[in-house]
Design a protein around this ligand. Structure first.
Ligand code: NAP
Length: 527
């Protein structure tokens, strides 16, 4: 079935007079068809439908929403190679990577379906009435969490499937009971259309209210701004640049009724090579580091953008081995012309700020191709020019040579908030690792020992978040089941008659869900 380039407003498709096209980044050529660009009328229509869908959608039993998520996963799989081929043409990401990303997308939809059935997310608490209590009786108090309302989801350029139309943010919001209005990323509108079709088909098959999903596309910032400003939107989920995340936070804060923006923005993911680990295997650490740095042309938010170590023989071996390994890395096409341009600017900035080029990947001068780059500075130079530690999105990294542990600690203290912090360590490094942990915990959302930050498991314990500017709100995660909590808020029901209570708080249904009764944990009893 050919792409139509239409917008998805609830169950309806809509064309507009303004159009844009996807660009194949490997050839710089426009891809067919032209895509309609949404304007104010489409924002209005999508938000009105999402608002109308909110109460009926959130009233559905968790099982119904779980079936919807599973149906989306199934419809995505049934699209077969057509989805992956289009995604490859729009992103230049290798087919194998895209197949893996589709598996992750489907897997996280199913994981949220299982989470819905578990009922953990409901956060049920019951403190029964104590009418005889002295000096005052206690009323019956019951708590559950309800969804916050329609969510604006921004598709990310670097995950056309797993963090776009039916990606992690969408899955978490839909699971929570929030209708979504997706602002597709302009780099991959065809991929977005394929996935939107899967969602619309799944919504029809599972009888979801109209307005539970809309997809708006557009090639300029006005669309995203209008969406976030719309009073019917109650939260925002975003992955992208710091500048865009900050702009959206400003729009959200300036509304008469401000809303939460969960933006995942910028992180350099420090990796600390501790002395005993370097002494044991500097060369093999260097190989693994270069593999992590250059994976997917370095276009991961968890890319190891900064490496710190104490000066010495081990570090010299590491630097030589990393430079040699980097020299063997083939250039890779980046996602968009703009991202490639920013990457080149980032490299120029690092050189301009006095970082020394230690090694470079192979170059071929081809369109939008990134040449991997490794720079080095002393800790003293970085402390004098903290801007050196800013993110360069792509396969570039900065190696920081520290004179002693105190300098290492100072550099870590000076870093901004991060998604991850990694320790490469041996048993003999334990005391130093222990001493650095309090700083690392303050700085990052995920602490890693002896592996690399790229590769984010979608599971219950994952945190893909961290203090600003890694994210706009370090109390949450955008990957894993805990992500659902961003779109929920607690409501307390005091003195309610049984018949007026929400179903899961009634005596008949409560035992089916995990809950706290008078503070004591109770497991769910099978129906
Ligand atoms: P982006 O510029 O942040 O754009 C992401 C989305 O936000 C797009 O839909 C864009 O729509 C919208 N947007 C951008 N600026 C906006 C504004 N001022 N107001 C409202 N909406 C706005 O990200 P990108 O296009 O993916 O890549 C650009 C740079 O972002 C990269 O070079 C990289 O530095 C960074 N990035 C970081 C990560 C990460 O995970 N840390 C991931 C991807 C990208 P329009 O384009 O239609 O305006």
């Amino acid at each position: 079935m050919a792409l139509t380039g239409e917008l998805f407003i609830g169950r309806a498709r809509r064309s507009t007079a303004r159009h844009f096209q996807a660009i194949d980044p490997a050839r710089g050529a426009a891809l067919e068809p032209p895509f309609s660009a949404a304007g104010a009328a489409e924002v209005e229509a999508a938000c009105a439908l999402a608002h109308a869908a909110f109460d009926p959608y959130r009233a559905l039993a968790p099982e119904r929403r779980a079936a919807f998520l599973e149906a989306i996963a199934q419809h995505i799989l049934e699209q077969g190679d057509a989805l992956l081929e289009r995604s490859h043409a729009e992103s230049a990401l290798p087919p194998a990577r895209l197949a893996g990303e589709r598996a992750r997308t489907v897997g996280q939809l199913r994981l949220f379906a299982a989470e819905l059935r578990s009922g953990e997310w409901l956060g049920l608490r019951v403190d029964p009435a104590l009418p005889e209590r002295q000096p005052l009786p206690r009323p019956d108090l019951r708590q559950r969490r309800i969804p916050c309302g329609p969510v604006a989801v921004f598709g990310a350029s670097n995950f056309p499937l797993a963090f776009s139309v039916a990606g992690g943010d969408s899955a978490a919001a839909l699971a929570a009971g929030c209708p979504i209005v997706v602002k597709g990323h302009p780099a991959h509108p065809g991929t977005s259309e394929w996935v939107a079709r899967a969602i619309v088909a799944a919504a029809a098959a599972t009888d979801m209210p109209e307005g539970v999903f809309s997809l708006l596309n557009g090639p300029d910032t006005a669309l995203g701004t209008a969406l976030v400003a719309d009073p019917r939107i109650r939260a925002v989920a975003f992955t992208g640049s710091r500048a865009a995340g900050l702009a959206l936070m400003k729009v959200a804060a300036a509304r008469p009724e401000p809303i939460a923006v969960f933006a995942e923005m910028s992180s350099v993911n420090p990796v600390i090579l501790l002395p005993a680990a370097l002494a044991r295997g500097a060369a093999s650490l260097a190989q693994a580091y270069v593999a992590s740095l250059t994976l997917g042309a370095g276009q991961f938010c968890t890319n190891p953008g900064i490496v710190l170590a104490l000066q010495g023989e081990g570090l010299r071996t590491f630097m030589d081995a990393a430079a040699a390994a980097l020299g063997r890395v083939e250039p890779a096409v980046m996602l968009t012309e703009g991202i490639h341009r920013h990457y080149e600017q980032g490299i120029a900035r690092l050189s301009g700020e006095g970082a020394q080029l230690l090694g470079q990947g192979a170059g071929n001068g081809a369109q939008n191709c990134a040449r991997a780059a490794l720079f080095s500075v002393t800790a003293a130079a970085l402390l004098a020019r903290p801007a050196l530690a800013a993110e360069t999105f792509g396969p570039a990294s900065l190696l920081v040579r520290c004179a002693d542990v105190e300098e290492l600690r100072q550099v870590l203290e000076g870093l901004e908030g991060q998604l991850t912090a990694t320790l490469q360590m041996d048993a003999a490094d334990q005391p130093l690792a222990q001493a650095l942990l309090p700083t690392l915990e303050r700085k990052a959302g995920r602490l890693i020992v002896n592996s690399w930050p790229t590769g984010v498991e979608v599971c219950h314990a994952m945190v893909h978040g961290g203090p600003f500017p890694a994210t706009s709100d370090g109390r949450s995660t955008s990957v894993g089941t805990l992500a659902i909590e961003r779109f929920l808020r607690p409501v307390c029901y005091q003195g309610f008659p049984e018949a007026l209570l929400p179903p899961e708080l009634r005596a008949t249904e409560l035992p089916r869900w995990p809950h706290r009764l008078d503070g004591e944990r109770r497991l769910a009893k099978p129906a």
